[in-house]
Design a protein. Structure first.
Lengths: 238, 421
C-alpha cells in the first residue's frame, strides 16, 4: 500500500520548495484569536492561501466541507468539540484534508488519538515560525511531521498493541525492525538527515519509514472503528 | 427519601407485627369484655397502620408535626379506649392493654423523624396515658408497672439517636460529593485558563524570538514559564499518586514487620520522592515512571513517553529517576551552553528502557574509563551503580552527534511476567 494514500485520500501534487506554496489552501482552527490571526498572517506572508479561520470545531467541520482546504492547522482544545473529534470528522469527509495538530497544552492521549484519527503531524505552539512553516509545508506535501514526543507516543502505541494480543500475533499492526530503529531515533531527537547518515539511507527513505509507521496505525484504527461499528450494529456489510 | 427510608420501612413492619400480636391477644382473650368495642378499636389500629406505612415514607412534606401529632393522637385514643373493652380487673392484673406493643409506633416515628429528644417526649406522653390507664383503678404510685414505660422511653431515645447519626452521616457524604463536584468543575475551569496562559506565553516566546533584541530575552523568559506551566498542567496525577502513597503508608503500617530492610535499601534514594514512603511495611502502590520524569522536561530537554502509564515499584522508579537526573547533570556539566537533551522512555519485553541523548560534542574515547578509574566522575558511579542495583544494564555510546546513555531495567513483579508473555 502506498503510504500517501493510507494517510488520507488521493495523492496530492507535491507543492515543491518553499516559496512555491501558492495555491495550497490552508484553514486555521484555533479558539484563541491572537493565535489564529498570528498563524494566519504567518501563513499568508509565506504565500499560502488561507481560505478560512475559525475558533469552533463544529463550524470548522462545516466550513471544511465547503471550502475544501488542503491543510488544516488544528488546535486540540476547542470550546465546543474536542480537537480529536474534529480530526476524526475531517478524516471522514469525502476528500479529507491533511491535518497538522498545533497545540499549547499537549495532552498525550489526545495527541495520540488525533494522530490515529488521521492527523499527519503534531507541533507544540512554542515552535518557532520557521519550524511551523516547515511543518505546514511538509504536511501539504503529504509527509508526516513527527516531533520526538509524537514518535515516543507512536512507539508506545505499537508496543501496547503488540502486548495486547500475544495469542493472535497476526492481529494489529507491527513495526519492522528498521521502522522501530528509525522511530526510536526520531524520539531521541535525531533529525531525518542525521538518521539517514547513521543508517546509510536516503533522506526520502527515512521519511517513508516514518510515514509508514503512521499509515499503518491509522489504517488499523479505521479497521478497528469499522469492526466496532459492525459488532455494535452501527453499520452493515452490504 | 434518602437514609430515612429503611427506618420507615422497619417501622411499618414493626407496626404490622404489633398489630398481629394485639389481634392474637384479642382472639385468645375471647374478645375481652366487650368484643364489639375491641374489634372496632382493632379496625382503627389496622387502618392507621396502613395509613402510616404509606404516609411516612411517601410524603416527606406530610412528615411534619401534623402527621406526628396525628400519629400520637390516634395511638393514644386507641390506648385510652381500652377501659371500654377490657374490665378493670384485667387491667389491674397486669394484662396488656388492648393495643399491646402497638403503642410504641409513634414513639419510634418521633425518634426517626425528629431525633432522640422527640423520641423521649413521645415516649413520655404515651407512658403517661398508659400509666394513667393502669392507675385509674386506685393503684398507688409505688406499685405502678413502669417496665413498659422504661422500655418505650429507651426505644424512643435509642432509635432517635441512631436515626440522627444516620442523617448526619448522609449529610456529610452529600457535602463531600458536592465538594468533589465543585473541585472537578474548578479543575476544568483551571485547565481552560492554563491553556489560555500557555497560548499567550507561547505567542510571546515566538514573537519575541522573531523581533530579537530585548524582546528575545522576554520571549525566552516566557518560554521557560510556559514549559514550567505545561509540566504542572500535564502532571495532575503526580500529586494524586503522592497522596495515594501517603495514604497507603499511613493505613498499612505494621509494627515490626520487614520494614527495616526496605528502609536500608531505600536509603540511597531517600531524597527521592519515589522512595519517600519506604518506611512502611506494606507493599507500596506502584508509581508511574512518566510522572516522575515529567519535571525534567523543559525548554532544553524533550521528554518522549508512551501514552499509557508505566507502573514501577516506588523504589525502582526513584532509582531510575535519579539515574536520569545524573545523566542530565552530566549533560549540563560537560556540554557547552545551548546543548539540548532528549529523554525517551519505552517499555518492551518486561523491561523499561530510558535513553538520555544530548547533542553535545560527545565524550572523548577512553575518557569515561579514565574518570571511573580515578573514582571521580559521576556518570559511572551514579548511573551504572544505580541501574546495576536494579538488575539492569547501561550502554553509553558517543559520536559526533552527541552522547546516548541507554538504561534498561527489568520490571519486577507480576507485570514482568505479563509483559514478557
Amino acid at each position: 500500500m502506498n503510504g500517501h494514500e493510507a494517510a488520507g485520500g488521493p495523492v496530492r501534487e507535491p507543492v515543491g520548495d518553499r516559496g512555491d506554496v501558492g495555491g495550497v489552501r490552508v484553514m486555521v482552527v484555533d479558539d484563541h484569536p491572537m493565535w489564529r490571526d498570528g498563524v494566519a498572517r504567518d501563513l499568508a506572508d509565506a504565500g499560502y492561501d488561507v481560505v478560512a479561520t475559525t475558533g469552533e470545531g463544529r463550524q470548522a467541520l462545516r466550513i471544511a466541507a465547503a471550502v475544501r482546504p488542503d491543510v488544516v492547522v488544528l488546535d486540540l482544545r476547542l470550546p465546543d468539540l474536542a480537537g480529536v473529534e474534529v480530526a476524526r470528522g475531517l478524516g471522514a469527509s469525502g476528500s479529507p484534508p491533511r491535518v497538522l495538530v498545533l497545540s499549547a497544552s499537549a495532552e498525550e492521549d489526545d495527541v495520540l488519538e488525533a494522530v490515529k484519527a488521521g492527523a499527519s503531524g503534531y507541533l507544540v505552539k512554542s515552535a518557532s515560525r520557521e519550524e511551523f512553516l516547515d511543518a505546514v509545508r511538509r504536511t501539504a506535501e503529504g509527509d508526516a511531521v513527527f516531533t520526538p514526543g509524537l514518535a515516543g507516543l507512536v512507539l508506545g502505541e505499537y508496543r501496547r498493541l503488540a502486548h495486547r494480543t500475544p495469542e493472535a500475533p497476526g492481529d494489529g499492526p507491527r513495526l519492522t525492525e528498521r521502522e522501530t530503529e528509525v522511530l526510536r531515533m526520531v524520539a531521541k531527537g535525531l533529525t531525518y538527515r542525521q538518521i539517514a547518515e547513521r543508517l546509510v539511507l536516503s533522506h526520502r527513505t527515512v521519511q517513508n519509514h516514518v510515514q509508514n509507521t503512521l499509515s499503518k496505525l491509522q489504517l488499523h484504527n479505521r479497521v478497528e472503528l469499522v469492526r466496532y461499528a459492525i459488532e455494535n450494529g452501527l453499520a452493515e456489510l452490504d | 427519601m434518602g437514609i430515612e427510608g429503611p427506618f420507615w420501612r422497619a417501622l411499618a413492619v414493626f407496626r404490622a407485627a404489633s398489630l398481629a400480636y394485639a389481634a392474637l391477644l384479642l382472639v385468645r382473650a375471647g374478645g375481652y369484655a366487650v368484643p364489639v368495642v375491641s374489634w372496632a378499636v382493632l379496625g382503627v389500629m389496622t387502618a392507621w397502620t396502613a395509613a402510616a406505612a404509606v404516609l411516612y415514607p411517601a410524603r416527606p412534606g406530610l412528615r411534619g408535626w401534623v402527621l406526628l401529632a396525628a400519629d400520637l393522637a390516634v395511638t393514644s385514643a386507641c390506648l385510652l379506649a381500652t377501659p371500654y373493652a377490657q374490665t378493670d380487673a384485667a387491667a389491674q392484673s397486669g394484662a396488656m392493654p388492648l393495643t399491646a406493643t402497638w403503642v410504641a409506633g409513634p414513639v419510634l416515628a418521633w425518634g426517626v423523624a425528629r431525633g432522640r429528644r422527640a423520641g423521649a417526649v413521645a415516649a413520655a406522653l404515651v407512658s403517661v396515658a398508659d400509666l394513667w390507664l393502669r392507675g385509674r383503678g386506685g393503684l398507688d404510685l409505688a406499685s405502678l408497672p413502669v417496665n413498659g414505660a422504661v422500655l418505650m422511653f429507651m426505644a424512643g431515645v435509642v432509635v432517635g439517636h441512631v436515626a440522627q447519626l444516620a442523617r448526619e452521616a448522609e449529610e456529610r457524604v452529600q457535602r463531600a460529593v458536592e465538594l468533589e463536584a465543585a473541585g472537578r468543575e474548578r479543575e476544568r475551569l483551571a485547565r481552560g485558563i492554563h491553556d489560555s496562559v500557555l497560548q499567550v506565553l507561547a505567542l510571546v516566546q515566538r514573537r519575541g524570538a522573531e523581533i530579537g533584541g530585548e524582546a528575545a530575552g522576554l520571549g525566552r523568559l516566557a518560554g521557560e514559564q510556559e514549559a514550567a506551566l505545561r509540566a504542572l498542567v500535564q502532571a495532575p496525577s503526580d500529586q494524586e499518586a503522592a497522596a495515594r502513597t501517603r495514604a497507603g503508608t499511613a493505613g498499612g503500617r505494621h509494627p515490626g514487620g520487614g520494614g527495616g530492610r526496605d528502609r536500608d535499601r531505600g536509603g540511597g534514594g531517600g531524597r527521592d520522592r519515589g522512595a519517600a514512603g519506604a518506611d512502611g511495611g506494606a507493599p507500596e502502590p506502584p508509581v508511574d515512571l512518566r510522572e516522575l520524569l515529567r519535571p525534567y522536561g523543559g525548554a532544553r530537554v524533550t521528554l518522549s513517553v508512551p501514552a499509557t502509564p508505566l507502573p514501577l515499584p516506588p523504589g525502582t522508579a526513584g532509582e531510575v529517576r535519579a539515574a536520569v537526573g545524573a545523566a542530565l547533570d552530566n549533560v549540563a556539566r560537560h556540554c557547552p551552553d545551548g546543548a539540548r537533551a532528549w529523554i525517551l522512555v519505552e517499555e518492551d519485553d518486561g523491561r523499561v528502557i530510558v535513553t538520555v541523548r544530548d547533542d553535545g560534542p560527545g565524550i572523548p574515547e577512553g575518557r569515561l574509563e579514565e574518570a571511573a578509574a580515578v573514582g571521580r566522575m559521576g556518570v559511572a558511579r551514579s548511573i551504572r551503580g544505580r541501574v546495576a542495583e536494579l538488575g539492569g544494564t547501561v550502554t553509553i555510546t558517543s559520536s559526533g552527534t552527541g552522547t546516548e546513555v541507554e538504561m534498561a531495567v527489568p520490571v519486577p513483579g507480576p507485570a514482568a511476567g505479563r509483559r514478557a508473555r
